[in-house]
Ligand binder design. Structure first.
Ligand code: BJW
Length: 246
């Protein structure tokens, strides 16, 4: 199997998607039997859907919280931890996954681009997002305890970036700064387990190529954007990542 050269000058930016958690038992979005086959994305993962039916949205995320809490990181997650320990600050992991499995595996330099399943925030007030593993299976829509009574009482919502919502600017800036630092030395980009459908994450490969970086993709099958990568390794990330970096 082709392996990337990682020397003392190399900066590695990793982008992970749902495929990396698939071997932990967490469903992907767009595969057969994926989440978007069973749920309408505009109903459960958009601000309009939440305004229309917050009960449905909380049922969806409650089921996902309950399921993810029972899952454990797999060898793909652990291989990225080992790579980070080797590279230190020359490593950054940008994940689209909200399941928290990278941090549970031990990854520290992590940017959770699309939020976190086990964090909630108020849909109305400026209260800071907070850790929350609550499950509302009975149709309850949790209320914010901080703005309640002050006239602008609002429901809590999952701290997730839904379609049409902007990603946190400090997260995007952290990734862009890493690309700049790596481009001044030797930059390697690895995407794993992502179909490359959702932006801005799907555009990272183009940014790295524009900065002169080498681009790798590990995926169970060739996705639509495979031609935008210099190297493609087909296979499950739980098997391929330990071989690449073990
Ligand atoms: C394996 C495997 C194994 C299986 N091993 N592999 C530019 C162009 C066009 C549109 C836009 C654009 N910029 C922005 C947009 C709009 C929109 C967008 O991208 N739309 C596209 C659908 C066209 N983007 C947004 O709205 C984003 N916001 C934004 O950019 O704000 C500014 C703006 C707004 C509007 C217009 C313009 C600018 C926000 C996107 C938020 C995405 N949120 C979601 C749901 C919430 C998270 C949650 O509930 O969990 O995030 S959508 C869903 O897709 C989720 C994922 O993180 C994301 C990516 O999916 P991923 O991870 O790639 O999973 P899959 O299932 O698609 O693929 C899995 C892959 O793994 C497959 O290929 C399998 O083969 C593989 N696999 N097992 C290795 N074992």
């Amino acid at each position: 199997m082709e392996r990337p050269v990682i020397d003392d000058d190399t900066f590695v930016l990793v982008l992970t998607g749902a495929g990396v958690s698939a071997e932990s038992g967490i469903p992907t979005f767009r595969d057969a039997n994926g989440l978007w086959e069973r749920h309408r994305v505009e109903d459960v993962a958009s601000p309009e859907g939440f305004r229309r039916d917050p009960t449905l949205v909380w049922r969806f995320y409650s089921q996902r919280r309950a399921a993810a809490a029972g899952c454990a990181p797999n060898p793909g997650h652990h291989a990225l931890v080992a790579l980070e320990r080797r590279l230190g600050d020359r490593f950054l992991l940008a994940t689209q996954n909200v399941d928290g499995l990278h941090r549970r595996a031990g990854s520290e330099r992590v940017v959770e681009l699309h939020g976190n399943l086990f964090t909630s925030r108020c849909a109305c007030c400026r209260r800071a997002p907070f850790a929350d593993a609550s499950v509302y299976a009975d149709g309850t829509v949790p209320a914010c305890t901080e703005c309640q009574g002050r006239g602008d009482f609002g429901p809590l919502r999952p701290h997730i970036v839904w379609f049409g919502e902007i990603l946190a600017s400090d997260d995007l800036e952290r990734v862009a700064a890493f690309v700049d630092r790596g481009a001044a030395r030797r930059l390697l980009f690895l995407a794993a387990g992502t179909s490359g459908n959702v932006y801005p994450a799907a555009g990272l490969v183009d940014e790295v190529r524009g900065a002169g970086g080498d681009t790798w993709l590990v995926n169970a099958e060739p996705p639509a954007n495979v031609a935008r990568f210099d190297h493609f390794i087909e296979g499950p990330s739980g098997v391929v990542l330990p071989r690449l970096f073990g």
